[in-house]
Design a protein around this ligand. Structure first.
Ligand code: BV8
Ligand code: ZN
Length: 246
């Protein structure tokens, strides 16, 4: 894959880099994406599973689904895309990850500054008193209950729910002063997360999209690479390392 020299130079001289990621960055770890031909939303309706009323109506079904996804995630490893993003930290002073993913793979790959816009499947809390339960919870078809008797839910942002204020505002701050904004593996259709792409554009960041397909973000990217993140990111990192070592 040819990476234009001016793009290599732009990245190599960056002071601050933000990686904005979606489910596509974890696809090569074996974690299904949401939309598109093999997306999980095709079989399931998000409204039926990823929302609070669905949880109240049928907590066992929602827990079953998240437990199933957690098993897949626990059998998965960070892939070359996660590992390359983590390695960028060795060469640049200010690298942040803003992710829509709940799979914890950026953390497992060694990224340090991560803003999780939609929560994290490893965290759970009581809907009654807010107590957090972040260890593995037993689930034999019965939804785990808090000491206070309240139902415990995954700490994941469901449709119709607000995003965590601190994560979102910290992500906005990082984006407001980044030189390079990578958009990796996202269809850019879920708001308000997707609005951060336009904030990056507003702030004159150089926008680089990596996706196997054209997306909503493609039209505002300064440079788009079509292909798998696990192939493209290591290539970009290697050529930027060469440029830096000159
Ligand atoms: C809120 C957690 C209101 C659950 C998720 C109409 C217009 C605009 C907005 C709305 C609307 N109707 C409703 C809304 C609001 C709604 C929304 O945006 N809906 C969309 C679908 C239209 N948003 C909300 O409800 C949000 N809350 O608005 O609250 C409010 C306001 C004020 C006060 C109170 C309330 C909450 C949104 C969060 C929902 N939770 N997930 C769970 O995971 O179980 S969303 C879900 O989508 C995931 O978090 C996921 O991360 C996110 C985005 O999806 P992507 O990551 O982009 O994944 P996708 O499959 O779509 O795309 C993958 C991409 O990767 C593809 O492009 C593919 O080509 C590419 N790819 C594949 N393989 C690779 C690859 N790329 C590179 N390499 C590869 N190997
Ligand atoms: Zn409780």
């Amino acid at each position: 894959m040819k990476i234009p020299d001016d793009v290599v130079k732009k990245i190599a001289t960056a002071k601050s880099i933000v990686f904005f990621t979606g489910a596509g960055v974890s696809a090569e770890s074996g974690i299904p994406i949401f939309r598109g031909k093999d997306g999980i939303w095709n079989k399931l309706k998000p409204e039926e599973l990823a929302n609070f009323n669905a949880f109240l109506r049928n907590p066992e079904m929602v827990w079953e689904w998240y437990n199933h996804r957690k098993q897949i995630i626990h059998q998965s490893m960070p892939n070359q895309a996660h590992l390359s993003i983590s390695e960028f930290q060795k060469y640049f002073p200010d690298v942040s990850v803003v992710t829509q993913n709940i799979d914890n793979l950026h953390r497992r790959a060694g990224s340090k500054t991560i803003y999780e816009l939609h929560g994290n499947i490893e965290r759970n809390y009581c809907i009654n008193c807010g107590t957090f339960y972040n260890e593995e919870l037993p689930f034999e078809g019965r939804v785990p209950k808090c000491k206070c008797g309240g139902l415990i839910r995954p700490d994941i942002v469901w449709f119709g729910e607000m995003l965590p204020e601190k994560e979102f505002s910290s992500a906005e701050k990082a984006i407001s002063c980044c030189d390079i904004f990578f958009i990796i593996g996202t269809s850019a259709v879920v708001y308000p997360a997707a609005s951060l792409i336009y904030a990056a554009k507003e702030n004159d960041a150089f926008i680089i999209e990596i996706n196997t397909e054209e997306t909503e973000a493609s039209k505002i990217a300064n440079q788009s690479f079509r292909g798998k993140a696990g192939d493209i990111l290591p290539e970009i990192l290697n050529i930027v390392k060469e440029e830096i070592s000159k």
